[in-house]
Design a protein around this ligand. Structure first.
Ligand code: OXD
Ligand code: MN
Length: 595
């Protein structure tokens, strides 16, 4: 160790875990580039990582084929009663879960080193930030955490002698016997994987997976599940939201936070290049927002992360040029394909596919193959500072004041391009009823929908009904300083299955309307579901879009909405007595307006 740790709670916990997991050695991470380079060199030597000839300081990892994504079915919220976790979470009694997992952790780090990763979610010493410490036996996790969080010695300084932290215990669950050779991606079988949260104790225990949100515990586990439970107790908000700053041609700034389910374009929107002349977008975050009411009475947001863990397939210069520019150096790629000239490739990248590549399973691949070269959940892990449009204030400790909230999802029909809520409660109703198609929609019919309130279904660390109530109460506290709330759907299709809206940079036209609504300058029509722009309220200059598309994008079909109201009623019913009466009233008001 190159530094001294005087924090008793930390020293005791590290000792306790070491006795249980029995690693060969303990290593305290300092967070330096030298340390990162040494760990990477070790992983290259062992065959776990491949350096990329075409991209400086970039490495490719291939996971075990059984360990490729967040495992929602193995993710638990262990509250004292099932009701505190609510109907949308997996629940196990905390004592039972601890007994099961303690048995798994016993000796699980044998033959491996245990790394201590002190990290801060949010700029170190920001009034909104929180400190966590992750113990892990995965050097891949250490290197990824160095990109995704502020980690190392500086955090130990901020923790001090008696500072508190959120303990995050992680093991890949693959001990090595004496002389046993390691595999490139150690992990445990599915039935032994657990991603467990104990919200009453602010404690995270993860076992058996080395991938993404299962293993980089600062992200979904701490910054969303544990933080959402802390936020409801402490009166702030932890949300699955991107944060961006939009600047109009006069230089006026607007800050927007938007919640969309995974793979609905959060990263693309956060780094968008507006097509309207003079408007600029700057990225603050692309996945998570932590927000507190500041002394000015407004809601201020920080991005608790310091890197992007983005989905690679589909990312291209056409869909997200800023992401493509960001990943040119210092990036970890996981489960992408490797080209013969030493670069990465994935489906949807610009240009023709390579004639030959090594696929994510380490096999030979040509375009004739039926299976994809990159896994559909292949990822890039990149420092946020490398994004060419990162906002100069992205690390401001007090955050940025939010003007606008956006909710949305992927719906091929029913939901218009954009709707403004009548007021805060109506906006919370929009958030609570957000839905997204989980499969391709059948033309002309409502597709297979999953309701994903606030895009938080997999990430809410307590009963979702109480979470809705928390949103309503935040509105009461914010009063007339509350952000305005909008709902968007970039994914509308025509009855014959064509996209009605071009999306990407053209979405700036919709954002411009929102900003002008905030200023009281843009018009709107009142409909039963909220305020909608008319064609003339949107700036469509230079956009070549058929009249018929606009008509469909901005219409409200009363019959479809009556069916929608019935489906919302069914969805709300699962929350029982805990469900806030104010949202039931919103549903009744919608029904009345629909007639
Ligand atoms: C997600 C992610 O799955 O951000 O939402 O990785
Ligand atoms: Mn996400």
């Amino acid at each position: 160790m190159t530094y001294t740790v005087n924090n008793k709670k930390l020293n005791n916990w590290v000792g306790e875990v070491a006795r249980l997991c029995q690693p060969d050695s303990i290593y305290w991470c300092d967070g330096s580039k030298k340390e990162y380079d040494e760990l990477m060199a070790g992983m290259v030597a062992s065959g776990a990582a491949t350096p990329l000839k075409q991209r400086p300081d970039c490495y490719l990892f291939r996971s075990d084929p059984s360990d490729v994504a967040r495992t929602e079915e193995r993710t638990y919220i262990a509250t004292p009663t099932r009701d505190e976790a609510g109907p949308t979470n997996n629940w196990i009694d905390p004592n039972e879960l601890k007994t099961t997992m303690t048995a798994l952790y016993k000796g699980c780090m044998k033959g491996r080193r245990m790394y201590v990763i002190p990290f801060s979610m949010g700029p170190i010493r920001s009034p909104i930030a929180k400190i966590g410490v992750q113990l892990t036996d995965s050097p891949y996790v250490v290197c990824s955490m160095r990109i995704m969080t502020r980690m190392g010695e500086a955090v130990i300084g901020a923790l001090g002698v008696d500072g508190d932290f959120i303990p995050c215990l992680h093991s890949v669950g693959a001990p090595l016997a004496e002389g046993q050779k390691d595999v490139p991606w150690p992990c445990a079988p599915m039935e032994k994987k657990y991603v467990s949260h104990f919200p009453q104790e602010n404690l995270i225990w993860s076992f058996g997976s080395g991938y993404g949100g299962n293993a980089l515990l600062g992200k979904k586990c701490l910054a969303l599940r544990i933080a959402s439970a802390m936020a409801s107790r402490e009166g702030w908000m932890a949300e699955h939201m991107l944060i961006l700053r939009l600047k109009n041609p006069a230089g006026k700034q607007y800050h927007i936070a938007a919640a969309f389910p995974s793979a609905c374009g959060k990263t693309n929107l956060a780094m968008m290049v507006p097509t309207i002349p003079g408007w600029k977008c700057e990225t603050i975050g692309e996945d998570i927002a932590w927000m507190k009411i500041a002394p000015d009475g407004r809601l201020h947001a920080i991005n608790p992360e310091s890197g992007f863990f983005g989905v690679a397939p589909g990312t291209s210069y056409a869909s997200n040029p800023m992401a493509m520019e960001s990943v040119k150096k210092n990036t970890i790629f996981t489960n992408c394909a490797l080209t013969d000239d030493g670069d990465v490739w994935w489906e949807g990248m610009d240009g023709a596919p390579p004639a030959h590549a090594i696929d994510w399973k380490d096999g030979h691949w040509t375009p004739a193959n039926k299976t994809p070269a990159a896994h559909p959940n292949a990822r890039f892990t990149v420092p946020a500072s490398q994004c060419p449009v990162i906002c100069s204030d992205w690390e401001k400790p007090e955050g940025v004041p939010i003007d606008i909230f956006i909710f949305g999802g992927r719906r091929s029909n029913v939901v218009p391009l954009v709707t403004e809520a009548f007021d805060w409660d109506h906006g919370v109703f929009w958030g609570a009823t957000a839905a997204s198609e989980t499969t391709a929609a059948i033309v002309g019919e409502i597709g297979v929908l999953r309701r994903d309130p606030f895009a938080m279904t997999p990430f809410c660390g307590y009963n979702m009904a109480d979470y809705f109530r928390h949103w309503l109460e935040m509105g009461d506290r914010l009063g007339n300083k509350a952000p305005r709330i909008f709902y968007v759907d970039w994914f509308r299709k025509s009855p014959d299955g064509r996209w009605l809206w071009p999306g990407f940079g053209e979405n700036s036209r919709v954002l411009k309307w929102m900003c002008e609504r905030v200023e009281g300058r843009a018009g709107a029509k009142t409909t039963p579901i909220g305020y909608l722009p008319t064609e003339s309220d949107l700036d469509l200059t230079g956009l070549n879009i058929p009249e018929e598309n606009l008509k469909q994008l901005l219409e409200v079909d009363i019959d479809e909405w009556r069916a929608e109201a019935r489906s919302i009623e069914e969805f709300f019913a699962q929350f029982g007595a805990r469900f806030p009466e104010r949202l039931t009233r919103q549903l009744r008001n919608l029904e009345k307006r629909l007639g």
